[in-house]
Design a protein around this ligand. Structure first.
Ligand code: F6P
Length: 484
């Protein structure tokens, strides 16, 4: 069997290089061991990619990473314009932040079609395709138009919110209809799956049975597969990294104060403003904790061409300055705010050095930082995870201190409780969470999805789709421009 994995962002890290984003970080080890071909987008369109479709191909463990060149102009409409200014805010329940136009939608559809074309060359009879994330909702429909009848699966790394939220997304009907060309659609949680099924039933009038929907496209099955991490490997990395220079420098710089850590992309879905406010509240309410606690927030800059991301970046910088200005002493500052990424090994060592891991997402598909924080702990003296109830991880890690990130006082109280938690309780909670992590590891996620996809019928899958397709979307837009 040949497995072809498709996602917008791909990574082929050399040595200990940082990998951006949870999806890419999860797929690197999975591709390495499974031998899959991992196809993604690259902004550069070279002469070779014009001809061949593929811009570059590099080995990754037993597998390989391939990029498809996309012209810059089209990439902007696809990535910043539609994927991250329409789909991302909608899937994270921030409909107020949807800003898009038809040109962006056209680029989105065209990039899906453009990446689908070279995949045809990989479509051996025994091939299976696994498409990831909101960038490629219409990929299966484009592949079917090219005659591909092999199994195609899709996994939502983001949440899938309730129907009334999805109704605010421009072109939602076309997009979800096109998704019926997938044989299997995977979700992080049962709640996401139920929202999607509700949309199919109420908006598209489909009657499913046991999460299986049969239409003129063929049969689409919905199932949840909570994504995991490579627990033992990450724990080992944390153990080794604890004595490396970065972690040693961090620990000795704390001068005895306890460390609270947060690691995120700078994104409005992560609840970073609330998190800083909660830490500020903690210092206001418990001045005795000054000097006894330090907060390290790593905020990796993200999607900087989109105004709302730049505004958030500025707001956070100003808030950190304000809080530090009010609480600092000449030899102590409460918050260390770093706008850069670190390698996974270094992060593992930082997590292990932290007494509290803080995840305050307002809405999050899973949040792998929460899982990595737990896996990185010293079994003899584990730290405490404070976890938003709105991260998918909270459905599994209920032994964390689960908080409502909108309740600033509640988050502040949870941090205080975490800092003071007795060793016995910390161990008990940590052991419970480790059992959960082991029973839903990255390997299990990957092989569960693949074995479910392999069960999808190969023969008889109709390649017919009522979806309009990228070319028709472009033609429709031109018609509108010519005859306004
Ligand atoms: O599902 C969301 C996701 O793909 C994450 O895996 C990752 O953290 C993020 O989005 C990456 O976003 P970007 O590729 O825009 O940096």
């Amino acid at each position: 069997m040949r497995l072809i994995v498709v996602s917008n962002r791909v990574a082929c890290p050399k040595g200990d290089e940082p990998v951006e984003g949870g999806l890419a970080a999860a797929l690197v080890p999975a591709v390495k061991t499974s031998g899959a071909i991992w196809v993604g987008s690259s902004r550069q369109r070279t002469a070779a990619s014009e001809k061949e479709g593929f811009a570059q191909m590099e080995p990754l463990g037993r597998g390989a990473v391939v990029t498809v060149g996309i012209p810059n102009e089209q990439f902007g409409g696809f990535y910043e314009g539609f994927a991250n200014s329409a789909l991302w805010p909608a899937f994270h329940s921030r409909t107020d932040l949807i800003r898009t136009k038809v040109e962006h939608y056209v680029s989105y559809r065209e990039v899906n079609a453009l990446i689908a074309r070279p995949l045809l060359r990989l479509a051996r009879p025994d091939a299976m395709f696994w498409v990831h994330d909101y960038h490629f909702l219409t990929m299966a429909s484009e592949l079917r138009k090219l005659g591909i009848a092999q199994p195609i699966g899709f996994f939502f790394h983001t949440p899938f919110p309730s129907r009334d939220i999805i109704l605010s997304l421009p072109y939602h009907g076309e997009l979800i209809q096109a998704m019926l060309s997938y044989d299997l659609i995977g979700f992080q949680t049962d709640a996401d799956l139920e929202n999607f099924a509700d949309y199919l039933q109420q908006e598209l009038g489909l009657a499913g049975s046991d999460n299986v929907f049969t239409t003129n496209h063929g049969t689409t099955r919905l199932a949840s597969f909570p994504i995991g991490i490579d627990v033992e490997h990450f724990a080992e990395q944390a153990n080794q990294s604890a004595t490396r220079p970065e972690a040693t420098r961090l620990r000795s710089s704390l001068q005895g104060s306890k460390l609270v850590i947060g690691v995120d992309r700078v994104d409005y879905s992560k609840g970073l403003v609330n998190r800083l406010r909660a830490f500020d509240r903690l210092l206001q309410n418990q001045p005795a904790l000054k000097r006894a606690v330090t907060f390290l927030q790593i905020g990796v800059p993200s999607r900087g061409k989109i105004p709302v991301y730049r505004q958030l970046q500025a707001e956070l910088a100003s808030l950190v300055g304000d809080i530090n200005g009010r609480h600092s002493e000449v030899d102590w500052s409460p918050i260390r705010y770093l706008n850069k990424g670190f390698s996974r090994t270094t992060l593992a060592g930082f997590y292990r050095a932290a007494h509290v891991g803080l995840v305050t997402s307002l809405y999050d598909g899973m949040n792998l930082v929460a899982k990595e924080y737990v896996a990185a702990q010293n079994p003899l003296d584990p730290g405490v995870l404070v976890l938003s109830r709105f991260a998918g991880a909270a459905k599994q890690l209920d032994a964390a201190l689960v908080v409502n990130p909108h309740d600033i006082d509640g988050v502040a109280r949870a941090i205080v409780q975490a800092l003071a938690m007795p060793l016995e309780e910390r161990r008990e909670r940590w052991q419970g969470m480790m059992e959960t992590l082991r029973s839903s590891s990255l390997d299990i996620w990957f092989s569960d999805f693949i074995s479910n996809l392999a069960e999808c019928p190969r023969a008889g899958r109709s390649t017919w789709t009522p979806d309009v397709g990228a070319a028709a979307v472009r033609a429709r837009q031109l018609e509108l421009t010519v005859n306004p």
